[in-house]
Structure formats: C-alpha cells, structure tokens
Write a protein that binds this ligand. Sequence first.
Ligand code: PMP
Length: 454
Amino acid sequence: MSTSETLERPRMPACDYVPPPYVGPSRNEILDLRKRFVHPSVFMLYKHPIMLVDGHMQWLVDENGDRYLDMLAGIVTVSCGHCHPKITAAINEQVTRLQHATTIYLNPNLALLAEKLSSKLPKGLDVTYFVTSGSEATELAVNMARAYSGHTDIIAQRNAYHGMSSTSAGLTSHHTWKRDIPLGTRIHHAICPDPYRSLFDGTPEEIAHKSAEDIRDLIRFSTSGQVAGFICEPIQGVGGVTMGAPNYLKEAYAVVREHGGICIADEVQTGFGRTGDHYWGFERYDVVPDMVVMAKGIGNGVPMAAVTTTREIAEAFTNRLHFNTYAGNPVSMAAGLAVLDVIDDEGLQDNARVVGRRLKASLEGLMHQHNLIGDVRGAGLMLGVELVRDRETKEPAPAETATILEAARELGVLFGKGGLYGNVLRIKPPMCITEDDVDFAVGVLDMALKVAAT
Ligand code: PMP
C-alpha cells in the first residue's frame, strides 16, 4: 500500500458547478493523435498526461468528470477564474456583433481598454499598443526602447523569462530555454538579486545593492557605455518566483537611467493585482518604469498582450509603419475590459493579498515539517516553494518535485513547476480562490511531500 493510501485524503471543497458529460474522443485517442500529428516540442507536464475538458472559476474538470483545484491558472493566465460568467458574456456579446476588422478602422473597445489601462498606471504611462502574446510584447518593448534611446544594448536579468520569439528568447536567461542559434542581439544579463542562490553574501538588501551595482559593471565592460534599456520581471515567474529586496529596482533603475536607458517592467505574471499588496509588481519597489509589458492575466485566457508607455517614447516609434493583424481585435478588447472590471468589482487584488498571506504562512508551516522545502517565497498569489535535498548545499530536488506534482494531481490539486533545475513548485491560482481551497491545497501538498519522502 502506498503512503497516499495509508494517510487520510484531504477533503476537496464542494463546488456546485455540474459539467456537461464529455462525449468526445477518448483520452487515449487524443493522446495518440497528439503524438502523431502535433509537433513533438509541444510538451506536457505529467507522466500520464491529464486531459481537461471543462473549467469553472478555480476548478478544472477532466473527461471523466473528475475535478481538480487549479493552483497554476493556465500558467498564471486565468486571473479571474475559468469561464468567468461576466467575461464569457462580454466575449459572447462581442463575437456575435463583430469579431475582427483590424485597427485600420475605429472600434470602441480598443480605445476604451487603452484608456482604462492608463487609469491603472502612474501618470504619464498612458499610451498602449496591443499585441497577442507576451513574447511579442517584450520584443516590441525592446524595439521601442532602442528607437527612443538611439542605443542598442539591452540589459536583462539572469534567471529571467521573457518569451520564445527571437529577441524575447534572447532576453530569457535559462540555458534550458535557449537554442544554439542567434537569439536577439546585444543583450546582456545582470546578476539576479534573489538572495536564495546569490553569488553575493550579506542581507537581502545588501545582495540587492550589489546586484544593482553589477548592472553598472555590465554596462562598463560589455557595452559602449550607453544602453537602450533594462527589462526585468518584478518577481521572476518561470525562474521560480525569485526577486530582490525592495531596494533593488530603485537602485537598478537609477544605474540604467544614468547610462541613457529606459526601464521596462515585465508585468506579464505580476500585474493585475496578483501580488496582493499592489496592482503592479513594480509598486513593491516604489519605482515608476518607462514601459510596462502585460499579457496572460490581462485576458483571463484570451490571447492578448500590451505595452503601455509614455507618449514621448511612443512617438519615437512612429517614423516607420508598425502593424499587427490581431492587435486590439474587438473580442480580445472586450475580454480585457471585462477582466479589469471583474478584478475591481470582485475585490480580487484584496483576495490575492488575504488568501495569499494565509497560503504563504501555511507553506512556511510545512517547511518546519519537511526538510525537502528549502525556501518559501513570493507575494500574494504568486508563491514558490523551492525543493532541495540538503538545506546546507541547496542541492536541487527535481525528481522529488516531479513526484510531488504527480501525487498532488492524484489527490485533486494541480501545481506548476519552474526554476532552472525544475525544483520549484509554482503556486499561482486564479485570484478567486478561497481560504478553504488553499487549506485543501496545503493539506494535499503535505501529503504529497510525505509520499515523496518514502
Ligand atoms: N514574460 C513573462 C514574465 C512570462 O512569464 C512569459 C510567459 N511565461 C512571457 C513574457 C511570454 O509570454 P507568451 O508565452 O505569451 O509569449
């Protein structure tokens, strides 16, 4: 008998959503089609891949009607909840009137959403260009920074993830995501300020200071002395929920601006209230970026992304034509408008703060019982649990992480994983999650950790 069978299973909270019966092809048929016809680099998470056919708020349902608590939110994308009724209604209404026409014509939704985004950002950050993915958005941000500054070199951070297109993959800083082909040019990676695996000694604030000063060295040694800009996730997502102490960005931005660069906040994961205390990740550091990159949570699953910047920076990009067929299409814009309303109307940022605090405290509690947990970090509903074989050497525990993911799935909870070594549990559920749900998730994680220890 396995450990999970001998322990009492945590009880899944009730949910009154009843999914319609699934009548499509079987999971095995789909798996077979996927293996034969889908590009093999489209990878899946579990040893026996899960097939999902329905979603309702923080819940996902497989073809057998089995329900799972979604602690990853479609990789930090389903901000408000799966098939949120108000967002679905807004999408449906727009799709029946006008699905697509492009930005060469006026349509109300694009201008309305651009105005609304500006109202959520510090004064001055008030013009938006919409695109369809985070990769496209980070790439556009870099191009705009270069056009505006008249310089080419870009500073990104080690352990960052900014996308998979050429320039955005160049910004990304994990060998596991990089190919041995030209990926972007004149991109330099500064030291990650997260204290857990830092090369520097000292308090988190000292490490943040030394990491910000590393940007100065990087500029001195690797560039002409002037840079186009600096791009940084306020909390690194794919990198394993890593971040510097609150003094980091202020110091880093000052160094970059001293050298002619503009500062870009990649808010693809940290934006729209997820970090709880703040609507935007950069607010934690008391800085104002020159450009904000958004994707994922802005559409609750609808493929859309955006870059918001100042009029002055945007104007420098108008000396050539720039166009994207799907940019700002009326259906995505309707979704974005509804998402922003739902986040406000349903107090989702506050929920991320309150429920996230409870969840983090419980995860820290688990750390006292399980030596495998080396670090618990993050803010709001953007949390990471780093698993190590030895707390002194910090030897990563990727195999154990995979075992825990599988065991949790058996018990009805879907976690994510990340980090360079694949040893960080990424916990970033839809922001509508409740206290009961996170208590259940922690109970499941406790049991999964016991399974991994046997
Ligand atoms: N920036 C960050 C911080 C991300 O997490 C991601 C996606 N994981 C991207 C950019 C790229 O977004 P997309 O996958 O939509 O291209």
